[in-house]
Structure formats: C-alpha cells, structure tokens
Design a protein. Structure first.
Length: 320
C-alpha cells in the first residue's frame, strides 16, 4: 500500500479519488447538523471564511448558505476537486493549496470537515492553518473522535490492535486515507500551540448515530467491521457475533435505498447510472422507511447527547 504520509503520494492518491467521483455529496442529515453548529457559533454577519480541504465544495455551499454576508473560499490539494467546486459553486472562490502564499493572514474563520485525519504531517498542518488566519480569528473542525466509549470504540477494543498506537490510534476498520484518530484533548493541545482555545465542542454518533452510518454502508463493510479472525478472546468473539447478527440485517434492509441515493446524488451521471436507478426504484421505495427510521433515531440522539464526549465524531470550535 502507498505511504500516504508522503506529500506527493498523498496528492496523487486524492487526485485519483476525485477523478473517480470521491465525496460528491453528503446526506441532508449531515449538512443540517453542520449548519446547526455553524449557527451556534454566533459569528458576525460579515467576514472572510475558508473551507480548508473543501473537496468538491459540498460544505463550502453550506457555509455560504448559512452566512450569506460572508466571502467564502475553499482550498484543496486536488486540482480536480477545485475544478469541480468552481463549476458547482460559482459564488465562492476556490484555489489550490499550492497557491496558499497568496492567501496568508486573510481569513476570520477556518472550517474543515474530515480533513485532519487525512493529512500527512499533523504538526505541519497546524502551521499551515495558522498562516491563513488573522490574529483574531476562529476555527471549526469536524473529524473522527478517538475518545473512549463510542460505539465504534467499543467494537475496536474487542480486536487485537483494534486501536493501533503505531498508526496514531487509528481504528482497525478505517480506510487507507485515514492516518490517525485524535482524542478531543489531543486536538486542543495542537491548537493551543498556535494560540487557539477550545470554546465550544459537540459530539455525535454515541450509539444510534453510529448504527445509522454503519448500516447505511455496505454489507461488505459490516462483515469487515464484525470479522472474528482477530478478536481478543472468547468473550469478545461472542460480542462480535452478536453485533453481526444485529447490524447485517439492518444493513440489508437499508441497502437498496442507500445505493439508490448514492447513484441519484451523483452529479455526473452516465447512462448506466440511469438504468441502475430504474432497476433499484421499487426495492428502494420498500427500503426507504427503514432508512428514514435510523435517520430519525440518529437525529434524536444528536439533539439529546451532542455534549457527551463519547461520540465517534467531534465538532470543535476554537478562537484566538
């Protein structure tokens, strides 16, 4: 496997991913959650914001819609992603990371969504972030959380090297692009080095939110998550088998609608995609109520538990 801690390799890796249609869209549940948190920050009516690691611009659009009086920019290492974002969101400005020298000390607010776990050098990236920001500024980062007690944490500790310190505490099932999983206090310590203090924190996916995203993945992923070949002991084996019996049926029930939405939300559809949509339509409509039920459970959990630190995703807001 390629070493994604190497910068040039990392750029090539993500260029290829965006060429294949990587992260073209996110579901409404996630976008609404991000908008809710942005409004909680009580930012001024005008300013200059940077979507750091903007991808195809999905959350750049959310930022602009939430703060219409702001100038909103996006930056990416992938030239393909920048081109895609420019086409999709003409009322925002996008540039490549190689042009960062033109944007030093310009931004009042920096936002990232699932970026920091992907970067090759964690220390360097905070220096880069600092260079973009004005002396008085703020940041919101959304990323996987390594705090104890989340649903995924409890699954991971049932496995040998399920949380691997040699790989910056990555959980065992994570995709190759994920290079680390930070705890909230670890992230805050990096921010402290560049003069930022943690002011607000929110957490999601303590249980129902985790079940929601897991069972909206694929049966193949659930089988990987509940693989028994590397469990710690017999007690762990029993727990993993029980989890598979629960998660796999829920995944099969939602899979037709999950697949239908995945294809429907592609913004560059081929003829084969339209044929697949037609074939999937009836199974998807049967599957939809199960999909909607778990969305509802996840949304209720978010409203009830978003200050509880045992979520597997964290929203951390810093000011200086």
């Amino acid at each position: 496997m390629k070493d994604l801690h190497d910068k040039e390799t990392s750029v090539e890796f993500y260029e290829d991913r965006y060429e294949q249609g990587y992260m073209e869209e996110w579901d409404d549940l996630k976008k609404n959650k991000v908008k809710e948190v942005l409004l909680e920050l009580k930012l001024p009516p005008t300013g200059k914001a940077l979507d750091f690691g903007c991808g195809n611009g999905v959350f750049t659009r959310v930022i602009k819609d939430t703060f219409p009086g702001w100038q909103v920019f996006g930056v990416e290492i992938s030239s393909i992603a920048v081109q895609n974002a420019r086409k999709r969101i003409p009322d925002c400005t996008f540039f490549e990371a190689s042009d960062s020298h033109n944007y030093k000390d310009q931004f009042d607010f920096l936002f990232s969504h699932h970026v920091i776990e992907h970067v090759p050098d964690i220390n360097e990236i905070f220096e880069v972030i600092n260079e973009y920001l004005k002396p008085q500024s703020s940041q919101l980062h959304i990323l996987p959380c390594g705090n104890k007690g989340s649903y995924e944490y409890e699954i991971s500790i049932l496995n040998k090297n399920g949380i691997d310190p040699k790989k910056e505490n990555r959980f065992f099932y994570e995709e190759p692009g994920h290079l680390r999983r930070l705890k909230s206090d670890e992230f805050a310590a990096y921010e402290k080095k560049i003069g930022f203090d943690l002011k607000k924190e929110f957490y999601s996916n303590q249980e129902y939110g985790a079940i929601n995203w897991i069972t909206k993945s694929s049966p193949r992923f659930v089988k990987k998550l509940t693989n028994t070949s590397n469990v710690l002991d017999n007690e762990s084996l029993k727990k993993i088998k029980k989890l598979r019996k629960k998660l796999l049926p829920l995944t099969y029930l939602q899979f037709p609608y999950s697949k239908y939405l995945e294809i429907k939300n592609k913004w560059r559809k081929k003829l084969s995609d339209h044929i697949k949509l037609a074939i999937l339509f009836l199974p998807a409509m049967i599957s939809k109520p199960f999909y909607s039920y778990w969305d509802k459970k996840a949304a209720e959990e978010w409203q009830k538990n978003k200050t509880q630190k045992n979520g597997s995703e964290m929203f951390l807001f810093f000011t200086r």
